[in-house]
Design a protein around this ligand. Structure first.
Ligand SMILES: CC(=O)N[C@H]1[C@@H](OP(=O)(O)OP(=O)(O)OC[C@H]2O[C@@H](n3ccc(=O)[nH]c3=O)[C@H](O)[C@@H]2O)O[C@H](CO)[C@@H](O)[C@@H]1O
Ligand SMILES: C=C(OP(=O)(O)O)C(=O)O
Length: 270
């Protein structure tokens, strides 16, 4: 069997998948691997902790340089994975779009700071205490002038669609720039069918806030876009039916039940 050899790797882009896969391979390789321009997402730090518990020698996770000393062998461990920051962000926006008050427990506040900054800018009252987060929304929110998705600690691309749903009903015009992925605006046509006013020019979306959305039959085209349609449905007048929810189920453990617990009328139709 060919033995893998540690090496110096410089990523052109701080790709999450490329960083994680390189870490996974490098722990079993001979010698040292250095990843430069590594992704800094919290999930990378969690993976490092997990691997190190198993006997790996990884350091630098969370910075742009990760150094892995190959150990060739790992042992079994128990590891509790970090709270899902995108689920927390999605629920925070559910609270913001529907109004009222929402309490999220077991949140790593630091991980979702880029989202909280935008919610505050829109006019939400955000109260942070330890791992708890309270979001209060008393009045119609204001449009956030500019939101650009970026690698961590920038605004996450995985929250772009949900944030756009929120912006569709704010007062004023917001600009969203998707710089991480191409073709991540599949939810726009569906939101438009609900009455949203959105124009796309390449990677930029201009969202003109409207007073109300109207329920419609819409289709989830991907995971976060699907969640965004459910969020829009919370505030839309009338009934919204979201089709192809298998996309949503890949990233949320019963989003319908979580929203029901918050008082929303959401039902899964088989
Ligand atoms: C399972 C998982 O954790 N998925 C996440 C992971 O996806 P994933 O790891 O696939 O995303 P990447 O960070 O790799 O991709 C981000 C951008 O980098 C580009 N790219 C990627 C690799 C490469 O070699 N060259 C290159 O140019 C991609 O085309 C994309 O435009 O990070 C994304 C960005 O935070 C998130 O949206 C995904 O939810
Ligand atoms: C893009 C995502 O995941 P997937 O690649 O599984 O669609 C996501 O988590 O937002």
């Amino acid at each position: 069997m060919v033995k893998l050899q540690g090496s110096e790797i410089h990523l052109d882009y701080p790709s999450v998948g490329a960083t994680e896969n390189t870490m996974l391979i490098a722990v079993m390789a001979k010698g040292i691997t250095t990843i430069r321009n590594a992704a800094k997402e919290p999930e990378i730090v969690d993976l490092q902790e997990y691997l190190n518990k198993m006997g790996a020698k990884v350091r630098g996770g969370g910075t742009s340089e990760i150094i892995i000393e190959g150990v060739g062998r790992l042992h079994r461990v128990e590891h509790k994975i970090m709270p899902d920051r995108i689920v927390a962000g999605t629920l925070a926006i559910a609270g913001a779009i529907a109004g009222g008050e929402i309490l999220l427990k077991n949140v790593v506040i630091d991980h979702i700071k880029p989202i909280l900054v935008k919610l505050k800018e829109a006019g939400c009252l955000v109260l942070e205490k330890d791992h708890n987060l309270k979001i209060k929304t008393a009045q119609r929110l204001k449009a956030v002038e500019m939101t650009k998705t970026l690698p961590y600690p920038g605004f996450p691309t995985d929250m772009q669609a949900q944030f756009m749903s929120l912006m569709t009903v704010t007062q004023g015009t917001s600009i969203i720039a998707e710089t991480v992925f191409e073709n991540r605006y599949k939810h726009v046509d569906e939101l438009t069918r609900m009455g949203a006013k959105i124009k796309i020019d390449g990677r930029v979306a201009v969202v003109q806030g409207v007073k109300k959305l109207t329920g419609a039959k819409v289709c989830a085209k991907d995971l976060r876009g699907g969640a965004a349609l459910v969020l829009a449905g919370l505030v839309a007048e009338g009934v919204t039916i979201v089709e192809h929810i298998s996309h949503i189920d890949r990233g949320y453990d019963q989003l319908d039940k979580m929203l029901e617990r918050l008082g929303a009328y959401v039902h899964r139709i088989d």
